[in-house]
Design a protein around this ligand. Structure first.
Ligand SMILES: Nc1ncnc2c1ncn2[C@@H]1O[C@H](COP(=O)(O)OP(=O)(O)OP(=O)(O)O)[C@@H](O)[C@H]1O
Length: 254
């Protein structure tokens, strides 16, 4: 379980990006975080794996206080939390499988990592991950020969090969066309349901959030203004989150 208790985050320049956030996310939930640009979505997500430190309150993941983790313990903790970004972050000039295998590096002896000597077991994990997102046939193709949607799937497979318990996805479909974005959301849903991995997605496409995710957290100026089932989100709630009425075409991607 991920538990925020009265969590605030003030950046070094004095800007308060999260204000008194309290929420609980059970293992296996599929959650969309929505809100205006600058509302604090990325900050919220990035406190969970401690890319950002909180400045007030208490944040625990599986009963461990995130702010107290140090050194090896912090690295081990982060291994259990996968992260997917809008820009895929692949090494585009190498093959898909090599990209996926990089997530096995922290578990390898350094000398093997340096010469890229991956074990058979690691290769099987990587191939299984590619199979899970439906691009096993692309394993030995260079990443830059894939479409944006396929590249995001490689990024997802790379995260899966890390065997995470939680996946944090920061605008994972923002760079994709609507059809491809839907396919990638299908992958997230499949992984969430079949593998019981908690998935937290920052997303500007309200329609996709409501269609695919079970729960929506609406954030406005660093505060949670809605937290509940996606099916209960209506125009009034969206108005509360976004500060004004959204037209139907804006629900497609703010
Ligand atoms: N390193 C930083 N130092 C100071 N302020 C920051 C820093 N990072 C983010 N902020 C500010 O904190 C607020 C929340 O930023 P955050 O990136 O969490 O918003 P967001 O909802 O994810 O926005 P977007 O949808 O545009 O990604 C913004 O006003 C931003 O300018």
């Amino acid at each position: 379980m991920i538990k925020f208790e009265k969590v605030s985050k003030v950046y070094p320049n004095g800007y308060k990006a999260l204000n008194n956030v309290t929420l609980e996310i059970e293992q296996g939930e599929f959650v969309a975080i929505i809100g205006l640009s600058g509302a604090g979505k990325s900050t919220l997500l990035r406190t969970i794996n401690r890319m950002h430190d909180i400045t007030d309150g208490k944040l625990t993941v599986h009963d461990r206080e995130v702010n107290n983790l140090r050194g090896k313990e912090l690295r081990r903790f982060r291994r259990k939390i996968g992260m997917v970004f809008q820009s895929f972050n692949l090494v585009t000039r190498t093959t898909v499988i090599k990209n996926v295998l990089t997530s096995r590096v922290p578990d390898m002896p350094l000398w093997k990592a340096i010469i890229g000597l991956y074990s058979k077991a690691d290769k099987i994990i990587a191939l299984e991950a590619l199979d899970k997102v439906g691009i096993l046939d692309k394993a030995y193709i260079r990443a830059d020969q894939l479409s944006g949607g396929q590249q995001q799937r490689v990024a997802l497979a790379r995260t899966l090969a890390q065997k995470p318990e939680i996946i944090l996805a920061d605008e994972p479909v923002a760079a994709l066309d609507p059809v491809t974005a839907g396919q990638v959301m299908d992958d997230f849903k499949k992984i969430n349901k079949e593998m019981n991995i908690s998935v937290l997605i920052n997303i500007h496409h309200v329609d996709l959030a409501l269609k695919y995710c079970d729960r929506v957290i609406g954030i406005r100026a660093g505060e949670i203004v809605y937290d509940g089932p996606s099916k209960d989100v209506d125009h009034e709630i969206l108005k509360e989150i976004y500060g004004r009425e959204l037209a139907d075409n804006e629900v497609m991607g703010e």
